[in-house]
Ligand binder design. Structure first.
Ligand code: MIC
Ligand code: SF4
Length: 643
């Protein structure tokens, strides 16, 4: 039986396990990336492991999230990351060089390689034929040290593309359509693999938009084949030698097939507050718009920016709209500047931001009260923009630019003559903002610079035989890591200070949560389906750990967050009968009697509800390795004990 692209990538990197869906497989990791909001913690963890130099083919540390420097904290963390990178053999992408995923695609991504990154949008690399996955910082630290990365062998979903996109319909509309079909839970335990005649009509940046936002499906990753289009992109980046072909076998078998005719798609938008609340722009109608933000790792390529500039050229942004534009990388910004497109944007009244995540993670540009903000980003979770009552709509750059001019949600097809943009034959290449590490000989004299904002991370204990605690919090379905550990300009500078961060844990759902945890000293969280979707931030596990959370019991978990809980030594359990979720009230006294022995001996686990006098059967899906990690009190303890 032939193999799919994803299966070929897994097979060529398989270290342990068998490639049967649902079974754990260990993978060799060729490349890693970190960004600064998760990187400080990842490098603290790497340092705690005591490894002299990274063992990967390539590791890059990017600075792109915490670029608003309203105090010493972010600058100190950047200096820390820069010093670790220099000493430990990691390339350092300086602030201003761009968003990690955009820069990695341009300068480092290679078909056929594996990449893990401490950021959930690492699957952007799937656009160039990589097996690229988001992971917690600790998993990335282990991979940098040469350790294996473990995933549950996913099912492979084939999205079969036919036709070609019509003018003013974009790659964003393709992934919005997939989200509409599959939902934010639909990709859990799956890799989304694109194939069909339609593939060759899409450029690498367009493919990358689609694989990037596959993260919102909950998928392990998404991947495109590597073909002549990939080769042309790498050639234009001066890296033709990095190209290799990667195609699915003609007799490859997929677990599921979704057909999409690109010619039939229309401009779409994801409505507040979930990326799968997708409707056609024409269906939503011309709602009034207060803000438009263009950029983020999903839609900040040169092609996206050129389209926007062409739409804005010679016009003026509607007086009631604030338009901000953040080109994705220094390469993109520089090329816009040289060909005059930047001038078209400025002239129309756009507010140009630095090449960084910016508003996407609430680093400035929060909308007005109850404002409507159209964004070319990938997430519109409640409160993420920094304005609790704002409504965020996720749209393509074309819809964003057209709406910025009219002040209303606008179908760009009403603009008339389509803009024609082509990929350049060569990009401007200047890697002067990527600092190379010191040689092994020089590395000894490099000092690691710790700022005062860096506090030790929470200590973990070996798992006790039984756990007794209150249901300290009960939440519903689709809880995101933005609910658990919010980000934004005020909080992000404290990503290396867990005690400080803990004040904001679950603030979106229940402001009293941290205080109640401190009073009780321990607790169990009860959650619905798809608990922990979204970001890879391990802080959404480390902060609850600091607050005394011993177990999280849900209807189901999102992949990266579940791994982060295990890595932190917090027990992730699910209800055998999902209706039992309804039987528990916040505040109920709960007990997991002899849970440790049950897990070690593969016995059925039960949750006793002492308040109600009831008992519920629980499930756990833990490999032997994960059981050892949990019982050792987390991956750091486990790694130290096993080195
Ligand atoms: C995000 O888009 O939510 C982030 C910010 O990039 C996160 C990482 C983080 O929280 O630092 C992600 O996607 O993993
Ligand atoms: Fe940055 Fe937003 Fe992309 Fe996350 S989703 S990496 S915050 S641009």
């Amino acid at each position: 039986m032939g193999l799919t692209v994803a299966q070929k990538l897994i097979k060529s990197h398989l270290v342990s396990g068998e490639m049967t869906p649902g079974k754990e497989v260990g993978l060799r990791i060729d490349q890693t990336l970190t960004q600064d909001a998760t990187g400080t913690m990842a490098y603290l963890e790497f340092e705690a492991m005591g490894i002299e130099r990274v063992k990967t083919e390539l590791s890059v540390a990017y600075i792109d999230h915490n670029t608003l420097q309203t105090g010493f904290e972010n600058a100190d963390d950047h200096r820390f990351i820069q010093s670790v990178a220099k000493k430990r053999g990691i390339r350092f992408s300086r602030p201003g060089n761009g968003i990690c995923h955009q820069v990695h695609l341009e300068r480092f991504g290679k078909p056929g390689k594996t990449l893990i990154g401490s950021d959930s949008h690492t699957p952007t690399g799937g656009g160039i034929g990589m097996l690229a996955m988001g992971a917690g910082g600790l998993d990335v630290a282990v991979a940098m040290g040469g350790g294996t990365y473990y995933i549950t062998m996913p099912k492979i979903v084939n999205v079969h593309l036919t036709g070609a996109l019509q003018p003013y319909v974009a790659a964003k509309d393709v992934i919005l359509e997939v989200l509409r079909i599959m939902s934010v839970k639909g990709g859990v335990g799956k890799i989304i693999e694109y194939s069909g005649e339609g593939v060759k009509t899409l450029s690498v940046p367009e493919r990358a938009t689609i694989t990037n936002m596959g993260a919102e499906l909950g998928a392990t990753t998404s991947v495109f084949p590597s073909d002549e289009v990939t080769k042309a992109f790498l050639k234009a980046q001066g890296r033709e030698e990095d190209w290799s072909e990667l195609q699915a076998d003609s007799d490859a078998v997929y677990d599921e097939v979704i057909e999409i005719d690109l010619s039939g798609l229309e401009p779409m938008a994801a409505m507040p507050h979930m990326p799968d609340r997708v409707k056609k722009v024409s269906e939503i109608g011309g709602i009034k718009v207060d803000q438009v933000c263009i950029g983020s790792c999903t839609n900040s390529s040169l092609m996206d920016m050129l389209k926007v500039a062409a739409i804005l050229k010679g016009k003026t942004v509607c007086p009631s709209v604030s338009l901000s534009i953040a080109p994705g990388s220094k390469q993109v910004l520089n090329m816009l500047a040289l060909n005059g497109a930047l001038s078209d944007m400025i002239d129309a009244g756009a507010r140009i931001l630095e090449s960084a995540c910016g508003p996407c993670i609430g680093m400035g540009q929060s909308p007005n009260s109850a404002g409507v903000s159209l964004r070319t980003f990938n997430r519109n979770f409640l409160g993420r923009s920094g304005t609790a009552d704002a409504g965020i709509y996720l749209v393509s750059p074309e819809v964003a630019a057209a709406s910025a001019l009219t002040g209303r949600l606008t179908d760009p097809r009403t603009l008339g003559e389509p803009v024609k943009i082509f990929m350049p034959e060569s990009f401007i290449i200047n890697d002067n903002m990527i600092e190379l590490p010191a040689s092994p000989e020089e590395a000894d004299s490099v000092e690691i610079l710790y700022g005062p904002n860096i506090k030790p991370f929470p200590t973990t204990e070996k798992m006790p035989e039984s756990i007794e605690a209150k249901a300290i919090l009960k939440v519903g379905d689709d809880i995101t890591t933005d609910h658990i550990m919010p980000a934004g300009a005020k909080i992000l500078p404290y990503r290396s200070n867990i005690p400080h961060l803990s004040q904001y844990c679950f603030a979106v759902c229940d402001e009293t949560f941290p205080e109640r945890c401190k009073k009780e000293g321990k607790g169990i969280i009860i959650g619905g389906a798809n608990y922990g979707q979204g970001s890879s931030r391990e802080h959404a596990a480390l902060v609850p750990l600091y607050l005394g959370i011993k177990a999280v019991i849900t209807k189901s978990f999102a992949r990266i967050h579940c791994a982060n809980l295990i890595n932190a030594g917090i027990l992730p359990l699910t209800f055998a009968n999902p209706d039992d979720y309804d039987r528990i009230n916040q505040g109920d006294e709960l007990a997991l009697n002899n849970i440790k022995s049950a897990i070690i001996n593969n016995e059925t686990a039960y949750l006793e509800n002492k308040t109600k006098g009831e008992k519920y059967e629980l499930k756990y899906e833990l490999s032997q390795r994960q059981k050892d990690i949990i019982t050792d009190g987390g991956l750091l303890n486990y790694t130290k004990e096993n080195i």
